[in-house]
Design a protein around this ligand. Structure first.
Ligand SMILES: [Zn+2]
Length: 77
């Protein structure tokens, strides 16, 4: 569970695997939300994405992101 995510995963990799969003979590206020990635260039890495995302609640930019793999989706089927 605590494995470090690969910062080199790209948006393209995620889309191929069916993950069209990342789960983002703010270290500061513990806010969790989803960020759609399908609008971003496919070569965008998770590391780049993480540097772009800001917490919508407190404005903190120290945010953890990880791909929202399809197994997390309960609404499919
Ligand atoms: Zn926050």
């Amino acid at each position: 569970m605590a494995e470090p995510i690969s910062a080199l995963i790209t948006v393209g990799d995620m889309l191929v695997a069916g993950a069209e969003e990342v789960s983002a979590a703010c270290w500061k206020c513990n806010h969790h939300w989803r960020v759609p990635v399908s609008v971003l260039p496919q070569e965008t890495t998770l590391a780049t994405l993480q540097s772009l995302v800001k917490c919508p609640t407190c404005g903190n930019d120290s945010v953890a992101v990880e791909p929202a793999w399809p197994r997390d989706e309960a609404t499919l089927q």
